[in-house]
Every structure is written in C-alpha cells, then in structure tokens.
Design a protein around this ligand. Structure first.
Ligand SMILES: [Zn+2]
Length: 429
C-alpha cells in the first residue's frame, strides 16, 4: 500500500500558483519529486518551497540554474512556460497515462493491448468502453430507443450525452443509470475474457435490459403495466401522464354562536426566516382580529404549531369561545386527534395546546391552503418586512389591500380549484 502511494504520488502534478508545494518532495515539474534526482547527501540549503524560485511573473532563472541541474532547469523553463504567481493554492492534476490500465500506471508494463477485439488497439479507457466494436454496438443499441445521438469520442462526453438528454422527469433517472450498467457490463466481460472465459454481445444486451427493468420496477413500484424490454420502458415512461385531481375549496363561515380562528406558520428555507399568523373573522366574514409575528428561524412544522398556539391563546384570553381552530397543517390535526405520534420538535407546544383544549370548547379542523388564504398571505407578508416583528389588525379596514381582497372573496364564498397530480398506476401505451 505504501509502495503504491509512492507511485501514485508521482502521477500528481502540482501546478505552481502560490508556490507553497515542496521543491524537493512534490512533483511540481512533471518529472516526479526532484528528491529522487539528487545524491543522497545533497544539501537542500534554504530552498524549501517552490515560491522561492518564482518572481511575480515567471521563474527566477538565475536561481533555477544555480540550485538545480541543467537538465531540470531547462525542462522547467521550456515546459512550464511563463507562470504567474497568485494567491490561489497550488493545483493538483492527475496525470493519467494514455492508457487506463493499472499496470501501465504503476509502470510495471509499458502498454496493454485490448483483449476483446483483434484491432491491436491499446487498452485505454476510451477504447475499452467506447471504441472497441462491442462497446460501440452496446451504446448504439440502448441509445436507439431514446433518440440520443452524438459523436462518441471520449467516455466522459458519452456519459454527459446520457445525463443531459432532453426527456421527461420519469425517464430521466433511467437515462442516468444506463451508462453505469453498460460500463459495468463491459468491464465484467473484459475480465472474463482476460481469464479465458467468454460472453456474447447478445448476452450482455439481455443482462443490461434485465438490470434496467429491475431498476424501473424498484423506482416505480406502483406502475402496474411496466414492460420488460428497454424500448418499451422508454416509450411508457416518455408518454406517461399523471392523473389530475381537482377539488373545489372555499372558506367556510363559522356557524352562528361560534368563533373561528385560521392559523398559518411559514418557514422560508425550512429551517429559515419564519413567521406565524392567526386571524379571527366573525360569522359574516369580517375581521375581528389578526396578528402576524416574526419568530425565530425554525422548521415549517414548528412555525405551524406556534401559530396555532398563539391563536388559541388569544381566543381563550379574550373569551372568544366556543372556537373552531382551522389549520392547513395535516400533521397538527392528526397529532391533536391522537392519530399520529407527536414529533419531538413540537411536543412541548402540543402538550400546552392540549391542556388549553381541555375545557372542550375548542374544535380543530383541517383545511387546504386554498381555504386558508388570508392567514397564508399575512404570514408571507410579514416575513419580508425587515425590522417589524408583530403587526396587528383590529378590523377589515386595517388590512393591506390585497388581504382585504382575499377576505372579500372568502366572504362571497368564491371557490378555489385545488389541482393535484396523482400517480397514474394503470397507465399503459
Ligand atoms: Zn478492443
């Protein structure tokens, strides 16, 4: 392992920028560490970092020739050209040899020929995974169904073609894994052939196809009609369309003799700048009171609970009972009903709310965001007000213009359409 590290170290070229790498032990000349060029008892003197050999622009040629051998200093001036000293750290580059073969990199052999084809080609990464006839066929075979086209020169560029292909969101993850399966299969076959075995192209196609089918099945387990061949999988996922579900939502007036309090909490960034709002309209839909507050940055669920708690506290203190507490947080409704477990982050506030609800004059109702628009608007409104922490409104007239418009649509029971995309489980082509 340590021996390998010494070999690998020499394959990293440190491009001089601020020149902090070592003159003797780092490979900054592309020749390997200079330490190896020197007699064992060589006196390094005061020279430690490459920056000592650098002027603001270019090399200090006098010092180069004085401290290093003629061969090395000539190599530096002719190959590393003009350098510019900067504040950036020296940049490491991996200097791969022209072949991907590990043995060549380790300098154990000079070159390795491809064992798959008879073209006498060097076994480079690009040859093995792209230009070797079998590899080329495999890429073309799987690209055909997707319409992916383009020059196939370098492995990196081919992977990029697949990753950046223009397609729908359902097909995208499939196109991301195709290169992985193809490269893996080619590498596997190369090793089998190298050790005397064989694997036909037909077999490779069949196995990659199977992997892709299993991947799709794992990714979309709810799709009932998933075909088992790659071209058909592509066709299905490309043509897939979700079910669209529409629901009419509107704000409901509280029944006579009861109050209603709509609450909403928002967190920009989750966690991030957060705010809470509650608003209490009367049975005609006019505003009795509303309050929007900026709170400490927290998660959305925490903001929702804090808003609910603030609203409930206000109603109890001002004797606005019996009250219908309306929230658009499904979690709060389920937690207060005792159906779901309380997440730890809101357990203290939930306990407090449950205690206040014990007198039985509080009913908790869930609504959709479209039915909670005033609270939603005010919570978003205050979060953008720098320097303002609490705003209170004591009547409809005090509300901002847009909030008044929302209240008016709620009073008039103008419905909102809630559109939701749903999984189209039985979709087929
Ligand atoms: Zn080949």
């Amino acid at each position: 392992m340590l021996q390998a590290r010494d070999f690998i170290d020499q394959e990293i070229w440190w491009e001089p920028r601020n020149g902090q790498c070592s003159v003797w032990f780092d490979n900054w000349t592309q020749l390997g560490a200079l330490h190896y060029y020197l007699p064992i008892n060589h006196d390094h003197g005061q020279l430690e970092e490459v920056q000592q050999l650098m002027l603001v622009e270019g090399w200090n040629n006098t010092l180069l020739h004085e401290k290093l051998s003629e061969e090395v200093s000539n190599h530096i001036t002719s190959n590393l050209g003009r350098i510019q000293r900067s504040d950036e750290r020296d940049k490491p580059w991996w200097m791969p040899t022209s072949t991907g073969e590990v043995l060549v990199r380790m300098r154990i052999v000079n070159s390795v020929k491809c064992c798959i084809c008879n073209t006498n080609a060097e076994e480079t990464c690009d040859h093995l995974f792209i230009h070797c006839p079998t590899a080329y066929c495999l890429w073309r075979e799987f690209a055909e169904a997707t319409g992916i086209q383009g020059p196939m020169v370098q492995l990196r560029q081919v992977i990029q073609l697949w990753w950046e292909a223009d397609c729908g969101s359902k097909l995208k993850p499939m196109l991301h894994v195709v290169p992985i399966f193809i490269i893996w299969k080619l590498w596997k076959r190369r090793n089998i052939v190298k050790h005397g075995g064989c694997m036909s192209t037909h077999n490779m196609v069949r196995e990659i196809n199977k992997h892709l089918y299993l991947f799709a099945k794992n990714r979309y387990p709810w799709l009932k009609n998933l075909p088992n061949t790659w071209p058909m999988i592509v066709k299905l996922l490309e043509e897939y369309s979700p079910l669209v579900c529409c629901r009419v939502v509107y704000w409901m007036h509280p029944p006579v003799g009861r109050y209603k309090c709509n609450t909403d909490g928002t967190s920009k960034g989750n966690p991030g700048p957060s705010s809470t709002t509650f608003c209490i309209p009367n049975e005609e839909g006019n505003l009795i009171f509303a309050e929007a507050s900026v709170i400490e940055a927290c998660y959305a669920i925490v903001a929702e609970v804090k808003a609910f708690k603030a609203g409930l506290k206000y109603c109890i203190e001002n004797d606005l009972l019996p009250i219908i507490m309306e929230t658009d947080s499904f979690i709060i409704k389920k937690v207060l009903d005792g159906v779901w477990e309380v997440p730890w982050s809101i357990s203290v506030d939930i306990q407090c709310i449950k205690l206040w609800m014990e007198n039985g004059e509080v009913e908790v109702v869930h609504t959709y965001r479209e039915g909670n628009r005033l609270a939603d608007y005010l919570a978003n409104h205050i979060v953008h007000f720098v320097g303002t922490n609490v705003i209170q409104f004591n009547s409809t007239q005090e509300l901002p213009q847009l909030a008044r418009k929302i209240l008016l649509t709620e009073q008039r029971k103008i419905p909102h359409i809630r559109i939701k995309k749903m999984q189209n489980k039985s979709f087929s082509t």
